[in-house]
Design a protein around this ligand. Structure first.
Ligand code: ADP
Ligand code: MG
Length: 341
């Protein structure tokens, strides 16, 4: 029998969940950032879970237990944000090797609890088990959409403006700096990029604001990289997209570091993961209205990077020389061919 290496994470999920029968209360099952379940008329629960495994998602050598705890929560909060929802509560399960120090676990929990308190989400339970070698953290989070309104990946329409919050690519380069694949002497630049990787800010307030005040057609959080996550919106909405490379927002620090190292920051923005920014689409009129009021509400940038085109298949990217190409950037895949070495 074949093993799962090389099959691709999303193909594997498809294989496992193909033909699932949902009850009539399951509004959205597998395939979005959260599942949507109707608990009573027009009242919905958003549900997401994220598992983090030592040496796949974090390293005890490069991240403090406090930050590991914070990031575990941030991943799930980001999925709630991607639906335009607010979090309700969390169950946190941990698997621990027997030789781990009490101090490590306590600091991990100080991290988990501090994010819960920052975002007003209650930690109401979990599970604690022994793990043979690696630390495992599994977060189950439930949330709710405001006034029963939530945003899916599947509603993008031809002519929509493709918009992204914040800047992209810092986290991917931060990971390379942490793992020693890239070096950077400037302490400030180095720590800014590493912080983007270790301490991402879930865009919860932004997601709620967008959903409550604007008619968004689709939204996703960027956990796999812009190319992959825009690909999910296109696939679920059965549309294509055209984006412009020179509009993709990257931080000044990323620009400077990449320039000095002879690297292209846009490649990190497209293919690198774990930025946890929001990617969404809306009509041009709604976008104009949003652009006018965004700076009064938030400090982070909001950028129009392209448009949805229903007549296109896949994503096309216009490079700075004006030429258009099909976008071919592979995002992180747990069971993809590049992850097997
Ligand atoms: P995200 O990056 O937003 O957390 P994922 O890429 O992890 O989402 O998952 C994509 C979709 O597949 C989600 O709807 C998730 O609930 C579903 N999914 C992932 N793994 C499984 C599984 N083992 N069984 C059922 N559904 C799964
Ligand atoms: Mg997500």
């Amino acid at each position: 029998m074949k093993n799962i290496g090389g099959i691709g994470e999303f193909e594997l999920i498809r294989l496992l969940t193909n033909g699932l029968a949902y009850d009539e209360r399951t509004i959205v099952g597998v395939g979005d950032d959260c599942a949507v379940y109707e608990i009573s008329k027009d009242r919905y629960i958003l549900a997401t879970c994220d598992m983090l495994i030592e040496d796949i998602h974090f390293s005890r050598k490069t991240a403090s237990p406090f930050l590991i705890g914070c990031k575990a929560l941030a991943c799930s909060l980001s999925d709630i944000a991607a639906m335009g929802g607010r979090p309700l509560f969390v169950l946190a399960s941990i698997g621990l090797p027997a030789d781990i120090s009490q101090e490590f676990v306590q600091d991990l929990y100080i991290g988990i609890r501090s994010i819960c308190s920052d975002f007003q989400v209650s930690l109401i339970g979990g599970d604690t088990v022994r793990s043979p070698e690696k630390v495992v953290i599994d977060i189950l989070m439930l949330g709710e959409p405001p006034n029963g309104k939530y945003v899916l990946r599947s509603g993008a329409k031809s002519g929509d403006i493709i918009t992204v919050t914040g800047t992209l690519g810092d986290s991917a380069v931060g990971l390379q700096l942490l793992s020693g694949k890239l070096s950077e002497k400037d302490v400030e630049r180095r720590s800014q990029l590493i912080e983007a990787h270790l301490a991402p800010e879930p865009r919860l307030r932004e997601g709620l604001f967008l959903n409550e005040h604007f008619a968004l057609h689709s939204m996703i959080d960027i956990s796999d990289g812009l190319a992959g996550d825009l690909g999910h919106i296109c696939e679920m909405s059965k549309v294509g997209a055209r984006i412009r490379a020179d509009k993709i927002p990257v931080s000044m620090t990323l620009n400077d570091v990449c320039r000095d190292a002879g690297l292209d920051p846009v490649q990190y923005a497209l293919g690198g993961g774990e930025d946890y920014e929001l990617l969404f689409t809306l009509s041009p009129d709604e976008f104009n209205r949003l652009q006018d009021c965004w700076p009064d509400e938030f400090d982070i940038p909001l950028t129009h990077i392209g448009e949805i085109d229903g007549s296109l298949e896949g994503i096309r990217i216009i490079s700075p020389d004006g030429k258009e190409h099909p976008l071919d950037v592979h995002s992180f895949d747990h069971f993809g061919p590049t992850m097997l070495s």
